[in-house]
Every structure is written in C-alpha cells, then in structure tokens.
Design a protein around this ligand. Structure first.
Ligand SMILES: CC(C)(COP(=O)(O)OP(=O)(O)OC[C@H]1O[C@@H](n2cnc3c(N)ncnc32)[C@H](O)[C@@H]1OP(=O)(O)O)[C@@H](O)C(=O)NCCC(=O)NCCS
Length: 177
C-alpha cells in the first residue's frame, strides 16, 4: 500500500450520512464521477457507509448493503459494495484499499457469505489487487422496467473461509449497487 508519509495517518470511520453533499465533497462538480452514466442503469443507495476524512473534508467512501440474489435454484443474500470513491487529487495513495478493507471487515459481520460489486473493465485489475475475483457469468439485475444483463463487470469476494462462488445462472433480485 502506498501512503504519503508526509501526512498524518488516515483513519477510516463509519459515516452517519452519505448523500449528495458528501459525494460533492469527494468529487466536486463532476456530473458522472463513476463513469457509468452511459449505461443508463438505476442504482440502489447504500445503507452503511465508511469514509476517510482529513481536516474535516471527506476524501474517500465505500458503501454497503445487503441484497438478495439467486444463483441457480438457490436464493441468498450478498453484501453489495458500491460508491467506491477517492477524491481525484488523493488517488494512487492507498485510500481505496484502506476504505474497502474497512468495509470488508464490517461486511464479514453482516451474515452473507459473499461480497459483490460492479465495475468498469479498467478497474478489474485494481479490485483483483484487493483480493476480488471476476465472475465470468452474465449477471441479470433488476431495473425499473424489468431485468437486464449487467453491462459492467461483476466481481465477488468471499466473506468467510471456504466460501467458493456457487455454480448456476446469477440473478440479482434488486437494483444494482
Ligand atoms: C477507483 C478509485 C476508487 C481508486 O482509488 P485509489 O485511492 O487511487 O486506489 P488505491 O491507491 O487504494 O489503489 C488500490 C490498489 O490497486 C492498485 N491499482 C491501482 N490502479 C491499478 C491498475 N490500473 N491496475 C492494477 N492495480 C491497480 C494500487 O497499486 C493499489 O494496490 P496496493 O495497495 O497493493 O499498492 C479512484 O480512482 C476513484 O475514485 N475513481 C472514480 C470513481 C470510480 O470509478 N469508482 C469505482 C466504482 S466501482
């Protein structure tokens, strides 16, 4: 992990709220900070939020929620990860690793056996570096007008020892996150 030694240690904390104002604190006025507007997808807000603040300003965020999923005939829950964000001028210093790792620790207490996230193809290598694996199957996700095939990459990570990804067609029973 690359940290800037000239700064005080950066600490991850649970956030009491995460809305438009907090998103703007991280990204400024960027109208498509996650680069996914062209997909036209509708996303779920997250329920639990972790962030890194420095001198009061929010620099990084990861959100979590529990979401229902079917894999083959089996229906269960995953912990969905989303809104992974680092302020542009703070990237490349390990903040995403810090905040995703803290969110993962919390996810392990939430019950489901797997974490799931959706990302643009250029970010697959970054998440692999953080221990996530690509799900090669197509994933159907809910949208307001009915299910669609997720156009982004789907990645998963075990939340317990010995939790391989089950086999079978994957269908998220909620909007994506
Ligand atoms: C994606 C994003 C969160 C990454 O934040 P970051 O703070 O720069 O990431 P980190 O510095 O913590 O890097 C995490 C790890 O990935 C590695 N990494 C970064 N870019 C990589 C790449 N292109 N290929 C492989 N590994 C990469 C880093 O070296 C680091 O590994 P290390 O800790 O073992 O050295 C940030 O660029 C961002 O906010 N982008 C816009 C919003 C977005 O697209 N979010 C993703 C939603 S899914």
């Amino acid at each position: 992990m690359t940290m800037d030694p000239s700064t005080t240690p950066l600490v991850v904390a649970r956030l009491q709220r995460y809305g438009e104002a907090e998103l703007r604190e991280i990204f400024g006025d960027d109208s498509d900070p996650f680069g996914v507007a062209s997909t036209g997808l509708t996303w779920l807000p997250k329920e639990v939020h972790f962030g890194i603040r420095r001198h009061g300003r929010l620099l990084a965020h990861t959100g979590l929620l529990k979401a229902p999923i079917s894999v083959g005939d089996h229906t269960t829950d995953v912990v969905g990860f989303g809104g992974v964000a680092v302020a542009p001028e703070w990237r490349g210093r390990g903040l995403a690793r810090l905040v995703v790792t803290a969110a993962l620790e919390h996810a392990r207490t939430m019950g489901p056996r797997h974490g799931l996230l959706f990302c643009r193809p250029p970010l697959v290598a970054l998440y692999e570096r953080l221990g996530w694996r690509t799900l090669p199957e197509q994933v159907r996700v809910e949208q307001p007008r009915g299910p669609v095939i997720m156009p982004l990459r789907t990645m998963w990570t075990p939340l317990r020892a010995d939790a391989p990804w089950p086999t079978g067609p994957v269908r998220l029973r909620s909007l994506p996150f």
